[in-house]
Write a protein of this length. Sequence first.
Length: 188
Amino acid sequence: MNPIEQLIVNIQELVAQVPEAVQPFIIMLAGAIPMVEGEGGAIIGVVGGIHPVVAAAAAAAGNFLSVLLAVALTSRARTAVVDRRLSRVGVGAGAGPGIDGEALHETPPAKPVSKGRQRLNAWLVRYGVPGASILGPFAVPTQITATVLVGGGTPRRWVLLWQAVAIVIWTTVGTVSVWAALTYVVGV
């Protein structure tokens, strides 16, 4: 038995010690972790000996729930910021262009934009929300992609729809790839 086969067998023996009813929840938690996401969680599950469909569904569900939480929090924060700006502008309406007669100026970002964020923004401009959601995992985790999109003003439902599509696509690709590799290449 080669070292890869031995490693996979050891992982499967470790997973077998966990009750079968709990295994999908562990995969769901793995899928909720940024950078692991649905595809990584599904790969962990399949390598661990969990049925590929169960592993994919659990990992995708965990990933989507974490995206849903990120979108909900970002949406509330954005609403609060926008409402506060509108109320500040409304109070200073009689005093001139801004509060106490001062003009309201946009402040430049405190730190430079990362390369991943630059790529995501370029994809958003070029391909829209569907393209940014589907291609986003190449640059940043889905939770960050969703946060950027909602923070920029994209409707929550539109972001959640395309993030769900992206999660299903990439989780399926990861699951099928690792299943095929284990079945046909490694032989486990």
